[in-house]
Design a protein around this ligand. Structure first.
Ligand SMILES: N[C@@H](CCC(=O)N[C@@H](CS)C(=O)NCC(=O)O)C(=O)O
Length: 196
């Protein structure tokens, strides 16, 4: 679904972030809410040859993989009025042109007892994406992240800031995939520093 089809005539839109968007939205928004989506798991299975890697050494960033038993926590940002077009124009370049992500509408469940779900748009890199790297062990992913950097910065920053967000805003979530990769990447970094 193209963003313009999603926002046709909309004066308000929720955008769900679950990777770099949770700590660096970089667009103006009216308000944000921590919460989750159902039916997807977050995995470091998407390659990145722009923001956090290059063609010779692609970085690893997150995408969403369908899993009926899973949920993924992040942040939804509400954009209104002129913010709708401005945010989509910016994110189209950042996420789609540079990142290989496409857009999808899902139900977003804000944290809190009596919060009803709202429709939210997210960016997802599907498995048929040419940058898709697929599953690997935490150790393999940790090494790749520890040695990759791109035009936006080091892949390690991308990993550590996401882990810091989850510990701070979603301490109840046991994201073994994220934290095992974080531990593996930090082990690699400590070994590289010790070898210097
Ligand atoms: N679509 C996910 C992942 C977004 C993401 O990590 N996209 C990359 C593009 S490969 C990005 O924006 N990177 C910016 C950065 O690494 O600072 C999200 O909602 O946060």
């Amino acid at each position: 679904m193209k963003p313009q089809d999603i926002v046709a005539g909309k004066t308000s839109l929720w955008i769900f972030g679950y990777g770099s968007l949770v700590w660096k939205p970089d667009f103006k928004y009216r308000r944000s809410k921590v919460g989750y989506i159902q039916g997807y798991k977050r995995r470091f299975w998407h390659g990145d040859n722009f923001h956090r890697g290059n063609d010779d050494l692609p970085g690893r960033v997150v995408t969403l993989i369908e899993d009926d038993d899973a949920s993924t926590w992040g942040v939804a940002f509400e954009v209104t009025g002129s913010q709708v077009e401005e945010s989509l124009k910016y994110l189209n370049v950042r996420e789609t042109v540079c990142g290989g992500y496409s857009t999808k509408m899902v139900d977003f469940f804000p944290e809190g007892q009596n919060e009803p779900p709202v429709q939210a748009m997210l960016y997802i890199a599907t498995t048929d994406n040419p940058l898709y790297l697929g599953p690997a062990s935490p150790e393999e992913i940790g090494v790749q992240i520890a040695v990759s950097r791109g035009k936006t910065g080091h892949n390690l920053e991308y990993l550590l800031r996401l882990a810091a967000f989850m510990r701070s805003k979603c301490p109840h979530v046991e994201d073994h995939h994220l934290y095992s990769i974080e531990a593996a990447a930090l082990t690699v970094v400590s070994c590289l520093l010790a070898a210097q």
